[in-house]
Design a protein around this ligand. Structure first.
Ligand code: ADP
Ligand code: MG
Length: 377
């Protein structure tokens, strides 16, 4: 596998970061009474294929979304770090050795601690966060926040961290300080993906390359409006099941099995869980090898069926929305995206039909008594 060609992603980054950041700069000025010393941003992401594979050392295929989290940062005059979150209307105050009580500030605190572990002597900071990445629907606002904070530190203190280092630090911040046992998918996607090509990533080796979207295809993301109430508990349970399945099969991780028939030897429900991971990895590899839009869409449909039946992380309204999308002319394929138990779904659509798809689908969804919304484009 080749190293990803970072030139396009970097060009996008440069253009976006040259933008004047009016909202976050003004918010910083208003909150702290002086201009910021560094600005940064990082995108959310939508995963096209490869769900629940990253903590099994497997393959994923995310693409960056246009929405970004922006961070403005400067040295604080007082003894405390202050973090203002525009979307929450909240400011958290904390010191080096006293983790904040506000959950959102733990992501930031984690990034600062990881930066110190990497050798940076940090003064107390003032930080302002503005974002149009939807929170908590599976588009990875948490990783966008972490990566944007670490990029702001890189800019302010000239640390020279590369994008993979930033992704690894961001993942550790989320695991060790926000208490989420996440894989590396979200942070690698926010740090390295671009909005025009998918990032094919081997989460074991971190080898990666950019893969063009099938020609004539474009991405649509709809929020089911179902909050991911069981996401954390269900996620941790699935992780434990995968570890048990790998142990029973005598492999380091389910990534090391590529024949789905081997899963049949496991007791239920480990057989179904393992089958999802094994077949999902195969779907990512097939898509990344380069397929047309119809084939890519069929792989997405198969991924949803596997997430629903074998991995059991869907919920009825999401199934309804995905099935409705799959029936809409111009949709090549659709599936839930993110951890599941609610949240968003993603569809691969004919680019020339893209603008006409969401409205009738969401109208029918509303007639079912559910409130969805379009998130991308
Ligand atoms: P996802 O990453 O799919 O959006 P998570 O539950 O992993 O969902 O992360 C969402 C959490 O991340 C929020 O509840 C909040 O604590 C934090 N967060 C993300 N973006 C922001 C932001 N712009 N401002 C404040 N907190 C944020
Ligand atoms: Mg997250």
């Amino acid at each position: 596998m080749n190293e990803a060609d970072p030139s396009l992603a970097q060009a996008v980054e440069a253009v976006v970061d040259e933008a004047p950041f009016p909202l976050v700069s003004a918010a910083f000025l208003q909150a702290f009474g002086r201009p910021p010393e560094a600005l940064s941003s990082a995108p959310g992401r939508v995963n096209l294929l490869g769900e629940h594979t990253d903590y099994n050392d497997g393959f994923v295929l995310p693409v960056a979304i246009p929405q970004r989290t922006r961070v403005a940062l400067g040295q604080a005059s007082g003894p405390l770090t202050r973090v203002q979150a525009q979307v929450l209307g909240t400011t958290a105050h904390f010191s080096h050795d006293q983790p904040p009580t506000e959950p959102f500030a733990r992501y930031v605190y984690g990034c600062l601690r990881l930066a110190e572990e990497a050798g940076l002597a940090l003064p107390p900071l003032d930080i302002c966060i503005a974002s149009d990445v939807p929170l908590g629907v599976g588009l990875s606002s948490s990783a966008a926040l972490e990566v944007a904070v670490l990029r702001a530190l890189r800019a302010r203190f000239a640390t020279g961290w590369d994008d993979v280092q930033i992704a690894r630090m961001a993942q550790r911040a989320e695991i060790e300080h926000a208490g989420v046992r996440c894989g590396i998918l979200d942070q690698m996607a926010s740090s390295l993906a671009d909005p025009f090509q998918a990032l094919f990533l081997d989460t074991r080796s971190l080898e990666r390359r950019l893969v063009p979207l099938p020609s004539g295809a474009a991405i649509l993301v709809l929020d089911s409006g179902i909050s991911r109430s069981l996401a954390t508990s269900g996620y941790n349970e699935r992780r434990a099941e995968c570890e048990a399945a790998a142990q029973a099969l005598g492999v380091a991780a389910l990534r090391d099995v590529d024949d789905p028939a081997r899963a049949a030897a496991l007791p239920a429900p480990l057989d179904r869980r393992a089958r999802h991971v094994i077949t999902e990895n195969a779907r990512v590899l097939q898509a990344a090898a380069g397929v047309d839009a119809e084939t890519f869409g069929a792989l997405m449909n198969a991924s949803h069926a596997s997430l629903r039946g074998d991995y059991e992380v869907s919920v009825p309204p999401l199934d309804w929305l995905v099935a409705r999308l799959q029936r809409e002319p111009g949709v090549f394929g659709a599936r839930l995206t993110g951890a599941g138990f609610g949240g968003a779904c993603v569809a691969l659509c004919a680019a020339d039909r893209l603008a006409a798809i969401a409205e009738p689908v969401l109208a029918d969804y509303a007639a079912e008594g559910e409130q969805g919304r379009q998130l991308v484009p």
